[in-house]
Ligand binder design. Structure first.
Ligand code: PDD
Length: 286
């Protein structure tokens, strides 16, 4: 079955969806994106993703090309057309086709480019990595300083991911001024004496939608949470570590820079939080 994607109002076979070489997203990485996960054919944490999209657009001086109802309708239609039971929907909005390359923004009335596509990922909920855990390395965080905006400038996170793979690990945690900011494409946590520790929100990290929901569910379950930065040394000495993102939900980390955490297997808190997130987020899925 050929994949149907969305481009500027049309639903097209993926090979027919074409964007200009002068698109600001292509030449300037001038665009924002969202990734929403799909379980049982339903969208998880959808209002959160729409709210963050709107914020990212505002921070870059771009308007929101569609209403919340229109965004929802497109997501649902793509899920239907592509028969997605488990997977993700990727959404991108750029400042559009400027007609040429120029550092100055094109006129405000330039139509934005809106692209959405699905990725089918059977087994997303029953991910074997949740049972084995992942190994991460640390690398310096060399990204720009507005990581709270979900832009498509993903070169450095890609390079960090490749460095992790080159070292036989699964992912990289980014470190700035001695403290972990976040993972290449996820928010990071450690657990010490039952307490969940994660960096607080600022321009240094992406305000994860999975993070927000998970911390709410954890608080409702009377779990202890402390929002503060932590170092790699503290993480290596922690009882557990894990990360969250829309595509990973909650995944345990069992090794950091070659040092095994505890017994080197996923701990009870991360395992419980994954169950809690899947259970609770499905209740509000739409
Ligand atoms: N990445 N931090 C970064 C740098 C991210 O790229 C992401 C998400 C997160 C987690 O945010 P959320 O819980 O809202 O997915 C944190 C997505 C999944 C991606 O780029 O594929």
């Amino acid at each position: 079955m050929t994949r149907t994607v969305y481009l500027n109002g049309d639903y097209l076979p993926e090979a027919e969806a074409k964007v200009s070489i002068f698109d600001r997203g292509f030449v300037m990485a001038d665009g924002v994106y969202e990734v929403t996960s799909v379980l049982q054919g339903k969208l998880l944490d959808f209002p959160g993703h729409l709210a963050r999209l709107s914020r990212s657009l505002t921070e870059l001086g771009m308007g929101n090309p569609l209403s919340d109802e229109e965004w929802l309708a497109i997501h649902r239609k793509l899920v239907d057309l592509n028969g997605i039971d488990e997977g993700i929907i990727y959404l991108q909005v750029t400042r559009g086709n400027a007609g040429d390359r120029d550092f100055a923004f094109p006129p405000q009335d330039t139509p934005q480019t809106v692209v959405l596509f699905t990725q089918s990922k059977p087994g997303l909920a029953d991910n074997p990595q949740a049972r084995t855990g992942l190994r991460v390395i640390s690398v310096p965080d060399l990204r720009w300083s507005r990581r709270d905006i979900k832009t498509v400038q993903l070169l450095y996170p890609s390079m960090a991911k490749m460095e992790a793979k080159a070292q036989g690990a699964d992912d990289a945690w980014l470190v700035e001024d001695g403290f972990v900011t976040e993972g290449t494409s996820n928010n990071t946590y450690i657990v010490k004496d039952g307490k969940i520790i994660t960096r607080g929100l600022s321009q240094d990290i992406l305000h994860g939608i999975t993070r927000a929901s998970l911390l709410r569910y954890a608080a409702e379950a009377q779990m202890q949470i402390e929002e503060r930065p932590f170092t790699i040394a503290e993480a290596q000495a922690a009882d557990e570590a894990f990360f969250t993102s829309a595509s990973a939900f909650v995944l345990p980390v069992v090794e950091i820079d070659g040092v095994k955490l505890g017994s080197g297997t996923p701990g009870p808190v991360a395992t419980r939080l994954r169950e809690l997130y899947l259970e609770e987020s499905l209740k509000s899925a739409m």
